[in-house]
Design a binder for this molecule. Structure first.
Ligand code: ADP
Ligand code: ZN
Length: 226
């Protein structure tokens, strides 16, 4: 079966998008494209994009659309993303980015957009204890530590608290989520792409819910084509 899968995962900060995207990308052998991770890598390397992005990111502001769109257009058009598909994490973040994404993908289209739902009081708790690998973006928490203290299980990188996981920047990101990202839910609903899944519960249980929902979409796609 070489069906290409193109997914977007939506959800507020701390909803578990990153963790679930990594699991989805392994399960379906597709590329995990996380704009936040790509931008953090660019900042660390000091590239031109990184230098421009750093000042926005520290404050929890969004990076200008054209920069992020260019990154996504590049990444979705090469390698595994092109051959097998991808799951987008952190993009699109507003309706303009969503419209641009549709254009990037022509003549193809997204298969599904999953909204991972978690109440705000719970995401605040999760973010406070969140730690992340500075190299590969794998997420940990004070209760789910790596095997060796603060060394990433995946890649041996350093596990740290993110620079933008401060109270002020988190509040700003949650406000922007309400204002910019929430309208995407209506946008994708109108396009008949939206699937809503509860992100509350153990990692494995949430993954299972996601896989069931995605499998259903894929089987409909196969039936439609065949
Ligand atoms: P979170 O979901 O916790 O905000 P991310 O890792 O997805 O974390 O994003 C971190 C930061 O990177 C954002 O606050 C923003 O500055 C920038 N960023 C990531 N994705 C986008 C995007 N699609 N558009 C604009 N800025 C983005
Ligand atoms: Zn790592």
């Amino acid at each position: 079966m070489n069906q290409i899968i193109r997914l977007v995962l939506l959800g507020k900060q701390g909803a578990g998008k990153g963790t679930q995207c990594i699991r989805l990308s392994r399960h379906y052998v597709i590329e995990h494209i996380a704009t936040g991770d790509m931008l953090r890598a660019a900042v660390k390397l000091g590239t031109k994009v990184g230098l421009e992005a750093a000042e926005y990111m520290e404050k929890g502001e969004l990076i200008p659309d054209d920069i992020v769109i260019r990154l996504v257009a590049e990444r979705t058009s090469i390698g595994i993303a092109r051959e097998r598909g991808f799951v987008l994490d952190g993009f699109p973040r507003n309706v303009h980015q969503a419209e641009m994404l549709d254009e990037i993908l022509v003549p193809e289209a997204l298969d599904a957009v999953v909204n991972l739902k978690v109440p705000t009081n719970l995401v605040l708790k999760r973010i406070a204890s969140r730690r992340v690998c500075a190299d590969c973006g794998a997420t940990y928490s004070t209760s789910k530590r790596p095997r060796v203290d603060w060394i990433c299980d995946n890649c041996g990188g350093e596990v740290v608290q993110r620079d933008d996981d401060t109270e002020a920047a988190i509040q700003r990101r949650l406000d922007l989520y309400e204002k910019e990202t929430k309208p995407l839910i209506a946008f994708y609903q109108e396009h008949g792409k939206l699937i809503e899944i509860s992100g509350v519960g153990q990692e494995e249980v949430v993954s299972q819910r996601l896989a069931v929902a995605v499998d259903k979409v894929l089987s409909q796609k196969t039936n439609h084509v065949g």
